[in-house]
Design a protein around this ligand. Structure first.
Ligand SMILES: NC(=O)c1ccc[n+]([C@@H]2O[C@H](COP(=O)([O-])OP(=O)(O)OC[C@H]3O[C@@H](n4cnc5c(N)ncnc54)[C@H](OP(=O)(O)O)[C@@H]3O)[C@@H](O)[C@H]2O)c1
Length: 291
């Protein structure tokens, strides 16, 4: 377990932006199609928990659903959305007008964190820097980030933003016990070097890390998670999230949840932590799968 992990800390920074969030956020890409009553209740579950990051995006069509929740009253939640990049949709003007659309759907005057959803093939990531800088300088975004960027792309955009005095807040990537590429492809290392948050999407492997059994490929890992969950009177998903939190203090998982008990259980994972022995056992069980 890394030495800098402090299980007692109750927020994590979004890089050097000065914004602090709960170590676990919530993903909303399924909120549009989910039962509206359950989603409203899910939102109420996290609303008063502290600065819980609510993750949405232009492309999820859930911004309006999140906006309806936000319109119900004041919240301590931290709102993040994402710009959908397309060839020909990279200029500062296009980024700002996309952000204006997100703000209107969310019912906000400014957003806490606005990401570029992914890099475009054959287009230098630097094209996005001008728009990202402008949205921070104009006050329409408190902070800016990227998603699905590799380490080299992270360094390039962070460098361009830094020249304008804007810190890169986060890189949002697919990271879980089933997919640990961020540990070997340089992304986690770049997050440490640049002091950028690694926001982990699919932290529960799209639900595969919530079930006691998922087929032969994951049996060893899920058995290990189940044993540790039993010892803590906890769930497999709570163990999986706690492992990510213990792996590195830059990691902020955003498990998706459309049901209130799921959102509550995920936040409850913050009330306890894994022992070093448990962390190592999960590490080995996950590594043995070759992931
Ligand atoms: N940047 C990107 O390119 C990108 C790509 C994909 C996703 N994302 C973001 O990442 C978020 C997370 O991804 P995801 O939701 O697809 O995958 P996930 O978080 O790995 O898994 C979500 C699934 O786990 C279930 N679940 C959550 N908490 C649970 C609990 N405590 N007990 C049992 N089941 C539980 C959910 O069920 P219920 O829905 O029934 O509650 C849902 O089926 C998305 O919402 C989105 O915001 C970003």
């Amino acid at each position: 377990m890394p030495a800098d992990h402090d299980p007692r800390q109750n927020t994590r920074p979004l890089g050097r932006t000065g914004i602090h969030v709960l170590p676990l956020g919530i993903g909303t890409n399924k909120w549009r199609r989910a039962d509206r009553g359950a989603v409203s209740e899910t939102y109420r579950t996290i609303r008063d928990a502290g600065p819980c990051m609510i993750d949405t995006a232009e492309i999820y069509f859930s911004e309006r659903v999140v906006g309806d929740c936000l319109r119900a009253g004041p919240t301590r939640a931290v709102i993040a959305s994402k710009f959908l990049p397309l060839p020909g949709r990279t200029s500062p003007r296009r980024l700002i007008s996309a952000l204006d659309g997100s703000l209107a759907r969310l019912g906000l005057k400014s957003i806490d964190l606005y990401y570029v959803h992914y890099p475009l093939p054959l287009i230098d990531v630097g094209v996005f820097a001008g728009g990202l800088v402008e949205m921070v300088k104009s006050g329409k975004a408190r902070a800016v980030g990227v998603a699905n960027f590799n380490a080299d792309q992270m360094h390039r955009i962070a460098d361009q933003l830094a020249r304008a005095g804007v810190p890169l807040a986060a890189n949002q990537v697919n990271y879980s016990l089933l997919r640990r590429a961020a540990e070997t492809n340089g992304v986690l290392e770049a997050c440490r070097e640049l002091d950028v948050a690694l926001v982990a999407y699919f932290p529960l492997g799209s639900g595969r890390l919530t079930l006691p059994s998922d087929g032969p490929g994951t049996r060893t890992l899920l058995t290990c998670l189940s044993d540790i969950a039993r010892a803590h009177d906890a769930s497999i998903s709570q163990v999986a999230l706690n492992w990510l939190l213990a792996r590195d203090s830059h990691v902020i998982p955003i498990p998706g949840a459309t049901k209130p008990p799921h959102a509550r259980a995920n936040l409850d994972a913050l009330d306890w932590h894994l022992s070093e022995t448990e962390f190592d056992a999960i590490d080995r069980a996950s590594a043995r799968m070759g992931t």
